[in-house]
Ligand binder design. Structure first.
Ligand code: SAM
Ligand code: SF4
Length: 329
């Protein structure tokens, strides 16, 4: 198992497939993009599948989430999903995506064995989408969402970040829209993981703000946390249920004590936390011919050193060098 000194067990693996993206969300990336990882530094498809196999067979991982950057930009994505689905200890598999390109790939991903998707969409207004993402792709995301739903990649969850002065007034409209389309909406508090280091705690939209705004139109009843005890989304029944809305309050109501995550970056580094400042290199071990047991040992040791919490409230908190897009959100 991937256990740490606080007794937490990591069973949920986030795999970043690329640091590149076709959007430039203001809370994530600068307009000009970033210095992308060089191709030889990226794990190959074979290396990714081997590490996932080690994680599920030797380390107790039960769930794999592919992310990025934009994971749909990875040419081998469908093949990777197919190969992971064929593993003897098949994990549950999901994908976090901006939805662009999902219209073309949803059916193939479902056929390959993907269970579900989380699609990120912050606004229902095309003009606001252009400002927030610096790209004119709003309709592509809506089409991708519909395709995912029709392909059975369900429940389709929608991730939304609210930004002050841009889309902070849209929470009730987004919830009404999600309910009408059968999507499960989850708001994520903006975190200090943008490459530009522009995050400001005093101006961010908090879980409290979001709930107050939703309550102007909906009756919300606390439902507790997600199905898995450790999931970060606190959920509310909307107007008595059965529909729900989630809020991931990583900043104002951190859930570190129940964290069950381990993360693999596209260049083969293990991270114990989004906010970790240290990484453990698995790519070097892979490429120097280490056997599976040795790689599992390095991974276990990395997780053993996981810190108690993200430390956002610590006056000494320093944002990690890698931005969200290069860690894998
Ligand atoms: N490109 C894909 C997407 O946008 O869904 C996957 C990667 S993205 C980094 C994963 C999630 O992280 C998205 O839902 C995005 O909204 C969220 N995200 C990115 N930067 C964030 C930040 N600074 N604070 C909170 N969430 C953030
Ligand atoms: Fe790209 Fe996702 Fe970051 Fe937006 S949040 S820039 S879609 S990686």
């Amino acid at each position: 198992m991937l256990i740490d000194t606080y007794g937490r067990v990591a069973t949920d693996l986030r795999v970043s497939l690329t640091d590149r993206c076709n959007l430039r969300c203001t809370y994530c990336m600068p307009e000009e993009g970033l210095q992308w990882l060089a191709k030889p530094d990226l794990l190959t498809d074979d290396e990714i599948v081997r590490l996932i196999d080690i994680a599920v067979r030797l380390l107790g991982v039960e769930e794999v989430r592919f992310t990025g950057g934009e994971p749909l930009l990875r040419p081998g994505l469908v093949g990777i999903v197919q190969r992971v689905a064929a593993l003897a200890a098949r994990p549950r598999m999901s994908l976090t995506t901006n939805g662009i390109g999902l219209r073309r790939t949803a059916t193939a991903l479902k056929a390959a064995g993907l269970d579900r998707v989380n699609v990120s969409l912050d606004t229902l207004r095309p003009a606001v989408f252009r400002t927030l993402t610096r790209r004119d792709r709003h309709q592509d995301v809506l089409d991708g969402l519909r395709a995912a739903h029709d392909a059975g990649l369900t429940p389709v969850k929608v991730n939304t970040v609210l930004m002050p002065g841009l889309n902070e007034d849209e929470a009730p409209d987004l919830l009404a829209w999600a309910l009408a389309h059968g999507y499960e909406l989850r708001f994520i508090e903006q975190m200090p993981l943008d490459a530009q280091h522009g995050w400001k705690r005093d101006s961010m939209v908090t879980a409290g703000d979001i709930l107050a705004s939703l309550s102007t139109r909906f009756d919300l009843t606390p439902e507790g946390t997600d199905d898995r005890g450790s999931a970060p989304a606190e959920r509310w029944l909307v107007d008595g249920g059965p529909h729900r809305v989630g809020v991931i309050a990583s900043v104002t109501r951190p859930f570190c004590a129940a964290c069950d995550r381990t993360r693999l970056t596209a260049d083969g580094q293990i991270r114990t936390c989004l906010f970790a400042r240290e990484e453990t290199d698995l790519r070097g071990a892979l490429r120097s011919g280490a056997p599976d047991e040795e790689i599992a040992r390095i991974w276990r040791l990395a997780m053993w050193g996981k810190k108690a919490g993200a430390g956002l409230d610590d006056p000494a908190f320093v944002q990690p060098d890698r931005p969200m897009s290069a860690i894998g959100g």
